[in-house]
Ligand binder design. Sequence first.
Ligand code: ANZ
Length: 841
Amino acid sequence: TERWDPASLQAKWMPVWEEIKPFRTDVPGDTRPRKYVLDMFPYPSGDLHMGHAEAYALGDVIARYWRQQGFNVLHPVGWDSFGLPAENAAIKRGLDPRQWTYDNIDQQHQSFKKYASSFDWSRVLHTSDPEYYKWNQWLFLKMYEKGLAYRKASWVNWDPVDQTVLANEQVLPDGTSERSGAVVVKKKLTQWYFRITDYADRLLDDLKQLEGTWPSKVIAMQRNWIGRSVGADVDFVIEGRDEPVTVFTTRPDTLYGVTFMVVAPDSDLAIELAAGSTPEVQERFQTYLAEVQKTSETERQSADRPKTGMPLERWAINPVTKERIPIWAADYVLADYGHGAVMAVPAHDQRDLDFARAFDLPVRVVVDTNQPVTGVIPVIDLDNLDELPPLDPKSTGTALTGEGRLINSGPLDGLSKSNAIRRIIELLEQAGTGRPAKNYRLRDWLISRQRYWGTPIPIIHGEDGSEHPVPEDQLPVVLPPTEGLNLTPKGSSPLGAAEDWVNVPNPVDGTPARRDPDTMDTFVDSSWYFLRFLSPNDDTQPFDPKEVEKWAPVDQYVGGVTHAILHLLYARFITKVLFDLGYVPFTEPFSALLNQGMVLMDGSAMSKSKGNLVRLSDQLDEHGVDAVRLTMAFAGPPEDDIDWADVSPAGSAKFLARAWRLSGEVTSAPEVNWRDGDRALRKVTHRFLAEAPGLIEAFKFNVVVARIMELTNAARKAIDSGPGAGDPAVREAVETIALGLSLFAPYTAEDMWERLGYEPSVANYGWRKADPSLLTEDAVTAVIQVDGKVRDRVEVSPKIGAAELEALARTLPGVVRSVGDREIVTVVCRPPRLVNIVTKP
Ligand code: ANZ
């Protein structure tokens, strides 16, 4: 047949690949160098959609490329199959979450096969299988042993209607729940945490290793999320309290300007200080605290909201000035940052200034920001002295946050900000009332969920409140069946009602005890899955160290920028924990990262409600797998979004048909000697062979597709109006097109390869080296005249310069002979083709 028909190509090659398994990685005696190329694994939310089609097409280009370059490439797939959508679907339709999940997995599995993803299908894993989540529990227990998993009570956002904990992002600025509309309250709940804050410095400092191979945007996002601040802890004596209160400050140099102290109303400290105050204060404080607990953290941190607060009628002593300063409670101070208390310096901190102005508290300037600090004298316009900023923040409302020299600060007077910070820390350390300190925006990772469809936390609680890890030989703690359980969220885990499951003997003394009913955040599952792919069927250990040695870390990770913070941070954290425990020999899991863009439609994200949903299955039916994949690669740089309204899968299909037809027209045999082929066409082929690898490694997939199109045009021309279909150069060009297309359009490439007389699979054939002699530019012939008569000819580069050409011309034998003893008066030089030498007659 001379018709390129994607459906029949798909039907023809799928079973062949199923049979020959071109992408197996565990062939004994394989000596190829290794590469681990990993796509972020999918969540089984339904069938594959356009976003998947893009992500996995691009990841596949990279995996297929390295295979072609002679590497043994590990490119596995699995499913991130625990999580809320399955549970919600189950609640809505009265199904078991397992059924919904595994049905969707089956569907996606089939779709990936049709999509010709180059996965090693022998390594599939599902995080919701007990064989997988057993090792989540193992990891939890290892962390528990090291004190890295712990339980604490803390304030969480609580939706009283949905009876569930909410993330900060789910609380609207007016303090209501984004889901139910109820006013969100704060509730103190005991939850499990992973101590990621112990790793904050390493998570920050190791980002340096990733510079150049991770997108700089992602590195910056990680850095901001961790948010390291460097400064000092300063102790303030409190009247009527034995222990001093410690505050964290990034500006200890401003200690002489502290005029009051502020504590977070929802901190234990505020509650204690209020309790030790007058009955009126106690009463007012209760009312204020209730208000504060309705306010979201985002709102509390917003700068343009009017400040609220109240005096506690308690007093602190400034450790350097010995002044007595009032203590206030105000919600702009957060309970769980630093120590939940601040030394307020209204002259130099905007939030403190806003507060001081609202409640008429004193403001004292201690840094003169008009004084130069660098030794460079600022240009001051003496006629316009009024324009200098006045040093009175209380009246201007603007805090002086810039550089300057210290004033009104005893031993610090005259110092610059940075010198003053160093000096005051020394002085505080000598006095024992302060020390250097660091703080992080990063909080410990809350991992417990009051949900069913996740990994049970392997802890047993004794009647006396004691905690006991489930012994390792009793793992996995398998989820009980859903029969008889009500999965509807109610703030406590549905597992608590599974009586047969939850009631167990205390592992220590056999007395009655209960399993922890909570399940783990599914980010735990995805924090180490890349290691499980290395030995997915090992039931004796989470991963085989020998396989880790061979393959890990991941050489190239591919996925959406939506995971730029949490997933990547958690995976980096768990990798460092595993390194510290001696399980892996590296500290960063993903050596290189590519973030693909999104697929949009008419400029916006696709959604059912907007009515702009493009269904992948429709696109595949209409244009075929290859055309959709090629379109994804051709649309632009992979990091950019693709607007489906602006691209042309029909155009891709047309091109593929054109390329495929060439393979049926080649009349020479595979054994022909290419050296006998047409040189001009060979040069186009070899330029492509030389340049494509670098372009792929720079992720310029769209440029490579454009080059394949050029080569296709050149081959067409050679057949129709050049040396003809039998020329060896035509065969060489068409074979090269098939090799190039195998990265983007596997069905078409495989079929071309067969039509060219080879066995499958083209994916494993390898790349051809460019012949350097075909990469030079063609020489041109320069004609040299003497007094208007042609006297010599010479082959030169088309890029030769005038001076070089003239110098060369003067040495040529024909020229030397013809000029003889005569004097040269002018040389007219027109590189690269002509030189005319004029002599004195
Ligand atoms: C005095 C001071 C003077 C401050 C000054 C700043 C400027 P980052 O950079 O975000 O770490 N702070 C400390 N704990 C706080 C809490 N729990 N809630 C709200 N604010 C808190 O900010 C550190 C600064 O934020 C600290 O330095 C403290 O104010 C405030 F001219 O101390 B500073």
